[in-house]
Design a protein around this ligand. Structure first.
Ligand SMILES: [Zn+2]
Length: 242
């Protein structure tokens, strides 16, 4: 009797801040060997998050095709930030799909000028990354959508939004589908088993608060820019450890 009462009481306890489930979004991961891109298919078309290095278009569209997504289905390209391994394929993919490109306001001028966002190392590995990739230019593209902090994705059939997530770069942004997933670019880096804050930090003081802002929406999986996705609890542990 006591046990049943307890169960009933537990069932009555509200789930706190956990958001109401959004319509499920299908995720297609595109492993580009070095970088990663992510396709999100909601109601209707698809949204591509990140575009790899210059020349990655054929591989991304090939993976999309095998998942049943044709170029014309991709109506929006979101760039998590303007580094060449994420924004390098934007111009080519916009041309091949007809999609509009969304970039955070702080990155618009850089992308239009063909310049990458600053590469600011904070660790020895960061120094190596900065040295290896010392040509930071990207193919220039005049983005159609300049995101001022946030962009609602419901017009593209996804119950989520793009959210400013500065830290790795000033122009970093994340895609968030509350209660389901987030695509965070290089806001969090590998290894997937013990994710870390990025080695490159243009705005180091804002990395943790940006991760916290994403985690406030309880994404079950966080898709990263270079390694396999991590579950929510590993990202929470990363923040808790700081
Ligand atoms: Zn980056």
């Amino acid at each position: 009797m006591l046990h049943s009462l307890l169960v009933i009481l537990l069932l009555l306890v509200p789930r706190g801040a956990r958001p109401a489930p959004s319509d499920p979004v299908q995720v297609v991961e595109v492993d580009l060997v070095y970088a990663r891109a992510t396709l999100l298919r909601g109601r209707g078309g698809a949204v591509l998050v990140d575009t790899g290095l210059p020349g990655a278009g054929a591989r991304i569209l090939g993976v999309a095709h095998r998942a049943g997504i044709e170029p014309e289905d991709i109506e929006l390209i979101v760039l998590t930030h303007v580094h060449v391994d994420h924004a390098g394929g934007a111009a080519e993919l916009a041309q091949r799909t007809g999609a509009r490109v969304a970039v955070q306001a702080a990155g618009q001028g850089l992308l239009a000028a063909g310049l990458g966002a600053p590469v600011v190392p904070h660790t020895p590995l960061g120094e190596v990354i900065a040295w290896v990739g010392d040509d930071h230019r990207v193919p220039a593209y005049d983005a159609e959508i300049v995101v001022e902090d946030r962009l609602d994705l419901t017009p593209w059939g996804i119950d989520g939004f793009v959210l400013a997530a500065p830290g790795h770069t000033a122009c970093s942004q994340a895609v968030v589908v509350p209660g389901q997933l987030a695509v965070v670019g290089d806001l969090i880096v590998g290894p997937s088993k013990s994710p870390q804050i990025p080695n490159l930090r243009e705005l180091p003081d804002q990395v943790i608060s940006s991760i916290q802002a994403v985690l406030a929406y309880h994404p079950q999986q966080l898709y990263l820019g270079h390694v396999a996705p991590v579950p929510e609890e590993r990202a929470v542990a990363l923040v808790d450890a700081r």
